[in-house]
Design a protein around this ligand. Sequence first.
Ligand code: FMN
Length: 361
Amino acid sequence: MIGQLAVFGLAAAAGVAAAGAGGWRAAVGSTADYDRWAAGLRAWRAPPAEVAELVRLAALAPNGHNTQPWRFRVGDGRIEILPDLARRTPVVDPDDHHLWTSLGAAAETLAVAGVALGRPGEVEAEGEGIAYVHGAGAARPHPLAAAIGRRQTTRADYDCRPLAAEDAAALAAAAALPGVRIVLVTEPAAMGRLRDLVVAGNDVQMGDAAFMAELAAWIRFNPRTAMATGDGLYAGASGNPSIPTWLGRSILPRIMTPASEAARFARQMQTSAGCAVVFAEEAGPRGWIQVGRACQRFALAATTRDIRMSFVNQPVEVAALRPELAALAGEPGQRPDLLIRFGFGPLLPFSPRRPVADVLA
Ligand SMILES: Cc1cc2nc3c(=O)[nH]c(=O)nc-3n(C[C@H](O)[C@H](O)[C@H](O)COP(=O)(O)O)c2cc1C
């Protein structure tokens, strides 16, 4: 970490010298402006609400690399969620597993927000996508609704505090959906083995030039770029300082090394209270949609309790590590779909989103 910060510091000094302080500020933008913008994206607006309001909330769902690989088609009494294949991440997600999981998370957000905003309905998997089929009714409180705008993927070190048994049970219960199995791991020796798997997966991915190129293409190094694109992995949301894009691209191999990332993930795992390993009964889009729905329910339930969560999917994405992860979770022979760590820790800046108009089909 110190090494990483030192490289950042040197790069920042070199960058300011090259661009001048004014040029630097113009290149990166303002974190205060960004935080205001990100808060505005997430504000809860009281009902009655237009259907576009449901779409805005659904698009706050977690999604791989924050590519937001969805389009929403609003019809009479239904909202279809369609895959946006231009926003696939073919290297990390060659079979579109994460894409369908992301769409499932958005669909579940519609179902939660629909109750709270007077459009209660059902999620139905369809051939080309998902349909949220809803009626019009009185807005009713939903225990997870207020968390939609407060949820985030928190890629920070946590504080090692364990979860109370009733909190763990509540998260598992919130995520219990047909076709999905969630295994919670909290025992220290098993967590140690999970940490080693995450680090092993990280080593494989960092040695893969195509994986690193795809990841780099989705990094937004500063508030200005994150607000302009409305997508991608904003550096601040991973606890990193803002730097101009040209500088970020050139120093990325020095600030993100296999050793620095291995140490970072080991620390993140060691400070977490536990992990959830999620399995779908059905391998394919229908099963992965269910996984996404369960994942979002887990994340929203965690948020209501001020419990942080973050994905550590390296042993899911590196196919050779899946058997060991499944065995560790007591499901030998199954394909694991998600690995999520949870615990207590700070909030980080929120991630960007595109305007609603850009995600309407
Ligand atoms: C299927 C899926 C897989 C993901 N995998 C990872 C992962 O391995 N590592 C990670 O840091 N974030 C992962 N994420 C989190 C996304 O990067 C995150 O949801 C996105 O950047 C938006 O940020 P937010 O969740 O804070 O709104 C994943 C999300 C989904 C839905």
